[in-house]
Design a protein. Structure first.
Length: 161
């Protein structure tokens, strides 16, 4: 018993096996946690993109009500109207949470009403650095935001969210 106590008192630090086990456990946790974390970030980016499209839709509707049925020609005009945040919509095209927003506006003519469409595509659509997997589309003739998981811009024929 005295020899055992003496051995424990003289023991210093970890031995190699204990250290290797700790490193293996940490590597396992990282291997499981990083992909889950990346999926969570992508999901958050996609949710933010869809909500932002809904905000722009509301803003364009409000803008057209105040400007005889004409839609805002660009994001800068919507920022000026106070409907969207200037900090988020800077740059051309604006990039918000890893998604690129593009807007196309057609002025009304004698036979057709004003029209706008919004495409929202991930900056990086594939791979480990992907900012999102879904592409979104909305235009002034639709009632719902359209989306696709395919690696292409969404269009009006895609299913609703």
């Amino acid at each position: 018993m005295k020899n055992l106590r003496r051995n424990f008192r003289n023991q210093e630090g970890f031995n190699l096996i204990e250290l290797m086990i700790v490193i293996a456990i940490i590597a396992l946790l990282i291997g499981v946690g990083v992909p889950a974390w990346q999926a969570m970030v992508r999901s958050g980016n996609e949710t933010t993109a869809a909500q932002t499209v809904s905000t722009i839709r509301t803003c364009q509707s409000s803008y057209s009500g105040k400007h005889q049925g004409r839609f805002a020609p660009n994001f800068a005009e919507l920022v000026k109207s106070g409907c969207i945040d200037a900090d988020k919509f800077k740059g051309d095209p604006p990039v918000i949470n890893g998604y690129i927003f593009t807007m196309k506006v057609d002025e009304p003519s004698g036979t057709k009403p004003a029209f706008f469409s919004i495409n929202v595509d991930p900056q990086v659509g594939e791979g480990i650095q992907a900012t999102g997997n879904r592409h979104f589309y909305f235009d002034s003739t639709l009632g719902a935001v359209k989306s696709t998981d395919e690696n292409r811009p969404a269009k009006a024929e895609d299913p609703s969210m």
